[in-house]
Design a protein around this ligand. Structure first.
Ligand SMILES: [Zn+2]
Ligand SMILES: [Zn+2]
Length: 127
């Protein structure tokens, strides 16, 4: 197996950087098709899996949904996600509520949290 970076890897990382939000394999495929003519969905799946194994991108879990993916340097910064249930897009949310340890029963220790906000994005909220 060769370790050299491929055109597909570069294209997929560029798609994620341009989008500025976590994307599903299908979304990456749709966007990558514009820059890499003839790229197939299975190639996008395979390339995303490889990039994730190499630690260059990270999976974003969305409850009841296929994973989305974001660049590793984005994932390394503490942030949260917003899932628009109308268009199914996932967005990054800056900032954090904090103080969640107050919710814990006595004797529990908080080591981290994941938070996915759910609602309608600006495009879908109709405002
Ligand atoms: Zn939306
Ligand atoms: Zn947080």
């Amino acid at each position: 197996m060769e370790s050299r970076r491929t055109r597909q890897q570069d294209a997929i990382e560029a798609v994620l950087a341009d989008a500025g939000r976590p994307m599903s394999v299908q979304e990456v495929f749709s966007a990558a098709a514009a820059t890499v003519p003839g790229i197939g969905l299975s190639t996008v799946y395979r390339t995303i899996r490889k990039l994730a194994e190499q630690g260059e991108i990270a999976a974003v879990a969305v409850p009841g949904q296929p994973d989305r993916y974001e660049l590793a340097h984005v994932a390394a910064t503490h942030h949260h996600h917003f899932h628009c249930t109308a268009c199914d897009r996932v967005f990054d949310i800056r900032g954090c509520v904090g103080g969640l340890d107050r919710l814990l029963p006595s004797g529990f220790e908080l080591h981290g949290h994941e938070l996915t906000l759910v609602g309608a994005c600006d495009h879908c909220s109709g405002t």
